[in-house]
Ligand binder design. Structure first.
Ligand code: MLT
Length: 271
């Protein structure tokens, strides 16, 4: 496992990298960090190079640098960040995947650079924009993180991020997810909440995405329920849908073996 820093023109990006060969980029959920992908990074299939960057601003606590542009970042910014990192690493084409917010970023990459995709992984995510109620909740989240800090965000979110089975059976995971959240600054959390609030509806993009696509969703996901994944699967032309039993929204952490097996099978089929 390699922890690396890419020094780009205007900012430094922290990312994790394992393996060599064809590239798989994995984008994390809100409000976590690239460390979310550690279970998958420990089981990278031969012939694959997995790269997991932090979204702009994330994993900022204790870093020697402060990320830039958080006040104005949008999903398009995060997509451009993924493409800049690919350019920096000389990766022309990759399988790009993300979980939840990472899925929103993945679809934003697909919108502007479908040519550079060997495949897509959309985990516990949706293609629709926020509803009006969802936008109001984003504003409340921004106010909460500024007034009470990431601890309050963790208190609010952990019970919905994890499925009922994991919450009951995996107390260590509950703590681990909390720890991931607390490594983020209020500025990063607020920035990402604003970017998600403003994201565009990508439903119309799906029928044109012809690359192989894997959709994974925890059966107990209450934030982006399986129905959201089924709707994306119905619209995508070249898709496989996997519902993971006993997992909630953070399916890659809650059921790491099932998630990694589905991912490995999918990568094995990419020509
Ligand atoms: C995430 O897990 O990234 C978030 O729950 C996504 C969202 O709030 O829409």
């Amino acid at each position: 496992m390699l922890l690396k820093y890419a020094h780009l023109l205007d900012r430094t990006v922290r990312y994790l990298e394992v393996g060599s060969g064809r590239a798989l980029i994995l984008i994390h959920a809100f409000p976590l960090s690239a460390d979310q992908w550690l279970p998958q990074l420990h089981r990278v299939p031969p012939g694959w190079r997995v790269i997991a960057p932090d979204i702009r601003g994330f994993r900022g606590v204790g870093q020697a640098y402060q990320d830039v542009g958080l006040e104005t970042a949008t999903m398009a910014t995060h997509a451009a960040d993924v493409l800049s990192l690919m350019n920096h690493l000389d990766v022309d084409k990759a399988v790009v995947g993300g979980l939840s917010m990472g899925g929103y970023v993945t679809l934003a990459v697909a919108k502007v650079a479908a040519r550079r995709l060997d495949g897509l992984v959309l985990a516990d995510t949706r293609a629709t924009a926020d509803t009006e109620a969802g936008r109001v909740a984003r504003e409340a989240m921004v106010a909460l993180v500024h007034s009470h800090g990431p601890e309050a965000v963790a208190d609010l979110m952990v019970p919905t991020l994890l499925g009922a089975t994991s919450a009951h059976d995996q107390p260590d995971l509950v703590e681990a997810v909390r720890t991931l959240i607390l490594r983020n600054t209020p500025e990063a959390i607020a920035s990402a909440a604003q970017a998600m609030k403003g994201r565009e509806d990508m439903v119309g993009l799906l029928p044109g995405l012809t690359c192989p696509t894997l959709i994974i969703c925890g059966a107990e996901d209450v934030l982006t329920p399986p129905a959201d994944s089924e709707a994306m699967a119905a619209a995508l032309p070249n898709v496989e849908l996997v519902i993971v039993p006993g997992a909630g929204h953070l399916s890659n952490l809650e059921a790491p073996m099932a998630f990694t097996e589905a991912l490995t099978r999918f990568l094995g089929r990419i020509s």
